[in-house]
Structures are given as structure tokens and as C-alpha cells.
Design a protein around this ligand. Structure first.
Ligand code: 0RA
Length: 653
């Protein structure tokens, strides 16, 4: 080594550190809570790499009382002897040179690309202080750093029997917006890592001040199968967990899968323990294998008849939970967030490995096979029925021939910006609304209250419903490919339903319908919810409407208060006051109880009314509620309605 080399090396290091501190986001994504956690993942990932290479089975993360975070493993210990060329130890190189991590991987699996694997040097650069301790060759070695620069040479500080590495760092508060680690976030990530690396024990110790002291240990003998069991805990499994573990051409493949009676699927894919949220070749290989194997089995056992179509990839994944975890020596990450695996050889490897194991499983477990395929067939039938239903509505021109529905009481204005349509629940409320409205600008379309009663109705069926088709025709925008927001006939679409469970039902249905098929209408701000009163209060000739329980009580108190002298006893209970001073309290159970004038005055008069503007977020929430309402099990649905009926009256405003 020459001096020249050494100083050139050092200059590089200093420039590297500076670059990281200047643009931390480039290296760790952000400097908020996420970025702060990223530091920990960087350090822990190195220990996990050591575990994946087979040299380490325990990792402990400690949140120290003094604000530091320490990560200790029982691996081989990062080498501390000086490299002949650079004059630096592997330890110092790993901690000071950008992207140095992989070079010392010594085989093993090392991750590259994306934000992962940028290396411990980035953590060092973004920490006010970092201390490394290495247990190796019966000796303890220590070196400390300040803002990424070594405080001095590495020191031998004692003897020991164990091997391992301990990194303790103190995130820089001038870089990070917060220094508070979120234990839940840490648990989730660490639990996942424990599932993905069989036999590894990860523990998390919290010694922080102002925190409850805690220690958690994560260890899962079962690997990815245990992960599937964990995810399926709240669900109803219909078959056993299938799992495979193979190695081909240095690519290791672990797959675990289990079917449940749910309609949604959860497929998580990992490459070298990193969640590949955009999927990639491992996912493609898995899905091909799954579809092919199930179809082959179903044909062979005549469950699928000759003339029947093959099950699609979507049919076979309904209700499935699967983990696909591959370890690839040189992963290529692609995609927008670099979380899509690109290695093409992995597709075939996963496909072969899983096909073989899965067909063996089906042959050996005919009962499970029957249940699984039965479930897939059901999904296929629903898909075909949905397509047929959708075709009847969406088919080109299907709506064109239709004239405006007879039930629609249209407004005389043809200017959409001045026109409103009230979608009203039930014919009787529709009648009041028709009489009470401003005919120039307000159209009324009554919808039958019971359109949503079909058990397990899919939205496609609802689309084929006559009532709903009337609505679509009335709006004028078409649907599917023909949708054209420019043709919208009303710039205010107001959903006016009763304040009860049925009303909530219809409102949820309409919001979901718009969310899924007419999103631009919501985005354009054209969808509203009417706000009818809940009470009418009368006292002599005075009358006032209340739109909430609180408002009703306020009115009673104010009226009662002004007549205080007439009350013998002092009370602040609104019901008692109402009785004592002869206030009439009429609760409106439905819109139908209001006469046309009342409906106009309280709910429809643009000068006086209040309405809730529906945002995409509201509609998204409605969509989620819709899924629960339309779910297969009746009891949870009922429970949900009971639990939320009251909230829903107020939250989605
Ligand atoms: C390269 C070589 C060797 C160990 C490690 C890396 C290593 C790195 C980290 C990072 C955190 N914990 C770690 N443990 C080990 C040792 C090579 C040998 O002993 O032959």
C-alpha cells in the first residue's frame, strides 16, 4: 500500500459521507419515520445475510436507554484484519465505503438494487455516533465513529469465547425529523424476517426511558408455512397448508399456500427476504404452476368436463393465501419502486418446483383437492355470470335505445350546471320530493328501497337491475367504454335516503356504484348526500327542525330556558323539559313522513339546505363497507350494520 493510495481512498470516503448527508433521501428514501426505520433495516439486514449464509441464528435489537439502537448477532464477526491494498479492515470498509456491503459477502446472498443494501456506511454517515464491536478469534475488537469518521484505529479490548458483531448507532437529530422508533413497525418487519429465515431467533428489547420495558422474541420453526398460518388465523381455512422447499441452480424456492373460504387472496412474494410488492418472475412462475396444475388435476379427474373452459389464474387464486420466497444469488430488481424481480431463470425454477410439489399434494389429498377445485369452480361460475350480467348492461349501445325512465320527473332546465337530480329512496318519499321540488332545476328519480336485498349480490348483478339502469340512463353518461363525463345531465347528484339501516344500505350501494363505475363523477365533485332533519320540534306556533340529537336537545333547552318560570323543578334533562313546557318532539323515521313543503324547506331548498359533498375517500370507505355488507356470511354482516349504522349516519359526511 502506498500513502498516495491511502489518501485517495480517504478522500473518496469523505466525499461519500458528504453526499449521503447532503441528500439522505437518495440513500434511505426519506428523513421521516420511514427513513429512520430504514437505518435499522440496513443494519439488521446485514445480520440476516449472515444468518442466510448459515453462520448466525440469533439477532437481538436493543433500543437503549441513552437513545442508541444496538444490533447484536452471533455470526462470524466482521473481519478486522487490515486489507493489504486499502490499509483498512473489512469492518472499517463496510462502515465507511458506500455500497461496500456486498463485496465482503463471501458467497451468501446479498441484496442489490433499490434502497436495500446501500450499506452500513450510510447508517454511519447519518449517525452522530456509531460503535462497532466484533467478537472473533476469542478476542473483542472495538472501533467508534463520529458522523461516519473513525475516532481512531480499531482496538483490541478483551477476550471472549463467542463470535459475532454488535453495531450501536445514534441517529443524527439534525438529519431526521423524528428519532422515535415505532415498535409496532419494528415487530411487523422482524416477525416477517423470522418467518422468512427458518430457525432464526430475533429478539427486540426496549430499554428506552419513558417506555414500558419490554422484550419480544420471534422464532418460527415452520418458516413460510407458519407465515401462512399467521395470515389465515382470522380466516376459515378449507384445506391444509401446502409447502415446498427446493434448490435449483443456486436459487432456493420456498412456497406455502392455503385456501380459505374468503373471496380475496393474499399473495406475498419475497426475494432474498425483501418484499417484492410489484411481483416479478417468481410470482409469474408460481401463478402459471398453480393454474396449470389445478386445471390438469381437474381434467384428469373429470371435475372439469371436456367442453368446459379452463379455470383462469384469477379463478384459482380466490380465497388463497400464499407466500413465495426465493433466494437468488444475483437478483435484478426492476419496476417503479425496484420491487419487481426481473431474473428470467427464476420463472421456470419456481414453476417446476411448485408444480411438482403441488400436483403431488393434490394426488395425495383428494379431499382437499376436491374442496379447493370446488372453490375455484365457484369463482369461475361467478366470473362467467358477472360477465354475462355486465355484458347486458355495458354492451355497446345497450343503453342507447333506452329512453329516460318513466319514473324520472325531469327538470325543465337542460343546462347541466344548473340541474340537479335527487335519487330518492322509495316511491312515497319520491312523491313528496316531486311535489316539493323546484321544477326548473330539480329532477327526481325514485328508487325502490329493496334493490340491495339480494344475498351475496355482486355489483354486476346490481348493474343489471332495472332500477339502477334507470339511474344510469338518467345520468346520461353511459358506462364502461362509452362513459363520457361531458354528457352528464346534472352537475349535482343528490342521494336522499332515510336515516335508517335500509337508507344506509342504499346510500352505500350508490356510492359504491359510482366509485367503481363512475369515478369521474365523484372526482368532478358532482355527488352529494342530502341532509334531512331527524326531528321536528313544535311549541305553540313555533316550529324548528333538528338535524342531530344534539341539536334537538339544544333547541329544547333554549325553548325550555326562556320559559324557566313555568317550571317548578329545576331539571336539565331535555326530555323532561320538553314534557313540562309542552314541546312537541316528532322524530322522522323516514322521508315519507314529511309532506312536500317540509321536504323542500328542510332538505331541498338550495337557499337553506345543507348537503354533504362526497369525496373519493368517502366513496372508498363505502366500497369497503359494501364488501362487508355483501360478504358471504350473514352474521358478520348483520353485526357490522348494527355496529356501524349509527356511525355511518354521521361519518361519511
Ligand atoms: C464478511 C465476511 C465475514 C463476516 C461477515 C462479512 C459478516 C458481516 C456482518 C454484518 C453484520 N453481521 C455480520 N457478520 C459477519 C467472515 C468471513 C470469515 O470469517 O471467513
Amino acid at each position: 500500500m502506498t500513502d498516495q493510495n491511502y489518501s485517495a481512498d480517504n478522500i473518496q470516503v469523505l466525499e461519500g459521507l458528504e453526499a449521503v448527508r447532503k441528500r439522505p433521501g437518495m440513500y434511505i428514501g426519506s428523513t421521516d419515520e420511514r427513513g429512520l426505520h430504514h437505518l435499522l433495516w440496513e443494519i439488521v439486514d446485514n445480520s440476516i445475510d449472515e444468518a442466510m449464509a448459515g453462520y448466525c441464528d440469533k439477532i437481538r435489537i436493543t433500543f437503549l436507554a441513552d437513545g442508541g439502537i444496538s444490533v447484536l448477532d452471533n455470526g462470524r464477526g466482521i473481519p478486522v484484519d487490515k486489507h493489504s491494498k486499502t490499509g483498512k479492515s473489512a469492518l472499517e470498509t463496510v462502515l465507511t465505503v458506500l455500497h461496500a456491503g456486498g463485496k465482503f459477502g463471501g458467497g451468501g446472498y446479498k441484496v442489490s438494487g433499490g434502497l436495500h443494501g446501500v450499506g452500513s456506511s450510510v447508517v454511519n454517515a447519518l449517525s452522530t455516533k456509531l460503535k462497532a464491536k466484533v467478537f472473533r478469534d476469542n478476542k473483542v475488537w472495538e472501533q467508534s465513529y463520529t458522523i461516519g469518521k473513525p475516532d481512531g484505529e480499531i482496538q483490541e479490548t478483551g477476550t471472549c469465547k463467542k463470535t459475532g458483531t454488535e453495531i450501536t448507532y445514534y441517529p443524527d437529530d439534525t438529519i431526521f425529523e423524528t428519532l422515535e422508533y415505532n415498535l409496532e413497525t419494528v415487530y411487523t418487519r422482524i416477525r416477517q424476517q423470522a418467518y422468512l429465515t427458518k430457525g432464526i431467533e430475533l429478539s427486540i428489547v426496549d430499554e428506552r426511558q419513558n417506555h414500558e420495558k419490554s422484550k419480544y422474541r420471534f422464532y418460527f420453526e415452520g418458516g413460510v408455512a407458519a407465515y401462512v398460518r399467521h395470515i389465515n388465523e382470522p380466516k376459515n381455512a378449507i384445506a391444509e397448508i401446502v409447502s415446498t422447499e427446493t434448490v435449483e441452480d443456486d436459487v432456493s424456492v420456498e412456497v406455502a399456500l392455503q385456501y380459505t373460504d374468503s373471496y380475496t387472496d393474499t399473495i406475498l412474494t419475497f426475494t432474498n427476504n425483501i418484499h417484492t410488492s410489484e411481483g416479478g418472475t417468481h410470482l409469474a412462475g408460481f401463478r402459471t404452476a398453480l393454474t396449470k396444475t389445478i386445471n390438469a388435476y381437474a381434467r384428469e379427474h373429470s371435475i372439469l368436463k371436456d367442453k368446459e373452459e379452463n379455470l383462469t389464474a384469477d379463478d384459482v387464486k380466490e380465497g388463497m393465501t400464499a407466500i413465495v420466497s426465493v433466494k437468488v444469488p444475483e437478483p435484478q430488481f426492476e419496476g417503479q419502486t425496484k420491487s419487481k424481480l426481473g431474473n428470467s431463470e427464476v420463472r421456470g425454477i419456481v414453476n417446476r418446483a411448485f408444480s411438482k410439489e403441488f400436483s403431488k399434494y393434490l394426488e395425495e389429498n383428494p379431499k382437499d383437492a376436491k374442496l379447493i377445485i370446488g372453490k375455484c369452480l365457484l369463482a369461475a361460475r361467478a366470473r362467467l355470470a358477472a360477465r354475462a350480467a355486465r355484458d347486458t348492461v355495458i354492451r355497446k349501445g345497450a343503453l342507447e335505445g333506452l329512453t329516460l325512465p318513466g319514473k324520472l320527473a325531469d327538470c325543465s332546465s337542460k343546462d347541466p350546471s344548473k340541474s340537479e337530480i335527487y335519487i330518492v329512496e322509495g316511491d312515497s318519499a319520491g312523491g313528496s320530493a316531486k311535489q316539493g321540488r323546484d321544477r326548473d332545476t330539480q329532477a327526481i328519480l325514485p328508487l325502490k328501497g329493496k334493490i340491495l336485498n339480494t344475498e351475496q349480490a355482486r355489483l354486476d348483478k346490481i348493474l343489471a337491475n332495472k332500477e339502477v339502469r334507470s339511474l344510469i340512463v338518467a345520468l346520461g353518461v353511459g358506462i364502461g367504454e362509452q362513459f363520457d363525463i361531458e354528457k352528464l345531465r346534472y352537475h349535482k347528484i343528490v342521494v336522499m335516503t332515510d336515516a335508517d339501516v335500509d337508507g344506509l344500505h342504499i346510500r352505500t350501494l350508490i356510492m359504491t356504484l359510482f366509485y367503481r363505475y363512475f369515478k369521474p363523477i365523484i372526482e368532478g365533485g358532482f355527488l352529494y348526500i342530502a341532509n334531512p332533519p331527524l326531528f321536528k320540534l313544535t311549541k305553540g306556533k313555533q316550529a324548528q327542525y333538528a338535524y342531530s340529537d344534539e341539536e334537538k336537545d339544544e333547541i329544547i333547552l333554549s325553548w325550555g330556558g326562556s320559559l324557566e318560570n313555568n317550571i317548578d323543578e329545576i331539571t336539565d334533562k331535555p326530555e323532561e323539559i320538553a314534557k313540562k313546557v309542552n314541546i312537541g318532539v316528532q322524530r322522522y323515521k323516514g322521508l315519507g313522513e314529511m309532506n312536500p313543503e317540509q321536504l323542500w324547506e328542510t332538505t331541498m331548498d338550495p337557499e337553506k339546505r345543507t348537503m354533504f359533498h362526497v369525496t373519493i375517500k368517502d366513496a372508498e370507505a363505502a366500497d369497503a363497507i359494501f364488501n362487508t355488507l355483501m360478504g358471504p356470511e350473514v352474521p358478520p354482516r348483520r353485526k357490522f350494520i348494527q355496529a356501524h349504522a349509527k356511525d355511518a349516519e354521521t361519518i361519511d359526511v
